[in-house]
Write a protein that binds this ligand. Sequence first.
Ligand code: TMP
Length: 246
Amino acid sequence: MGDKVMTIVQGALLTTGKAKAVYATDDPNVLWLHSLNQATALNGKQKAEISDKGRLTTQISQQLFRFLKAQGIVTHFQQAVGERDVLVTALDMLPIEVVIRNYAAGHFATRYAVPMLTPLSPTVQEYYFKNDALDDPPLNQSQIFALDLATPSQLTQIEAVAQTVNRQLGQLFEAVGITLIDFKLEFGLDATGALTLGDELSPDNMRLIDQATGQSLDKDVFRQGTGDLRDGYTTVLHRLTTYLGE
Ligand code: TMP
């Protein structure tokens, strides 16, 4: 889909997360992300090896980042370099997880005793401190500023981008018969200080429901032990690829 092809050499392993290994490259502004065949939940307490998962999340994420880039969203995605490897712009990540909710599910449903899939109006926006040792506690705006995690203007920009991403992804999934329930975004700053959408966009970090069957097509299947998450991920990838092209 017209990504600029670069010749980049994979460098040293920098860090291994729950779902990805991050490598340096010969360009200090570019990182090499390798998706693992691993699923985790409950902040890593639930963990399993799942073959082919890395390919599925990489391919879905690639489709969604390309789509958002085409809509003018500034993202870290540069190009694929293998079935489960991508090159991204190196970012100085803000330690904030941004969650958008269109319908009640997960923590929102349990925390506030709201029936599952109740439509939420306005759309709910939440922040969490990305900190495993603290179990990612919730944050409000004043806490974000007092902890110096982002500036007011960065947060204003994050809110605007998150709303646009929600609108764009919601329409895209609607076009392929899927409802976007909620999702998580992470942002960082590139070498020029520009706020950039980073991380991954896949059913690992969003809830998706098949409108035809009501089936969950995301990691809830793993979290709740109700089936093989690859079935839903394969459906999502197939529908996106059919709609958007390879
Ligand atoms: P939650 O209902 O568990 O708070 O999750 C809301 C959304 O955010 C859901 O789509 C899953 C995603 N999410 C992550 O990607 N990583 C996380 O650590 C958490 C807590 C949620």
